[in-house]
Design a protein around this ligand. Structure first.
Ligand code: SF4
Length: 119
């Protein structure tokens, strides 16, 4: 595998990184966090998914939106599939912050959780 070029997004400094995943080397980082971020991005990039889901009444009518996020980052390659599940989801009141609205989304071991009380 060749050297990958990327910008470190861990802090606003935005160091330009050159990562060789096979050699396990990172060049251009100014700190250890950049080294870890660069290697993770090159080998198993992950993202925390944030979105909203529809809140419906007993008739299926939309009465609001609930902000949600994954309880931990999930593999980046699964984000679009996870968004499809989020888009299809309908939830009813009451909803409490931290409720697992989709437990173990896409068998990742990570839950999609509510981030706001809505009662
Ligand atoms: S390498 Fe360190 S200093 Fe540079 S952007 Fe990443 S976190 Fe910030």
């Amino acid at each position: 595998m060749s050297v990958l070029k990327m910008t470190c997004i861990v802090c606003p400094r935005g160091c330009s990184l050159e990562v060789d995943p096979e050699a396990g080397t990172v060049v251009g980082n100014s700190c250890k966090r950049g080294f870890e971020h660069g290697l993770a991005e090159a080998t198993n990039p992950v993202r925390t998914l944030t979105s909203t889901v529809r809140v419906v009444d007993d008739n299926g009518e939309t009465i609001g939106m609930e902000p949600v996020r994954t309880s931990q980052p999930i593999p980046k390659r699964l984000v679009f599939d996870a968004m499809r599940e989020v888009d299809a989801l309908r939830v009813k009141l009451p909803i409490h912050r931290g409720d697992a609205l989709i437990p173990n989304i896409l068998d990742t071991g990570v839950d999609l959780i509510a981030t706001k009380d809505l009662v």
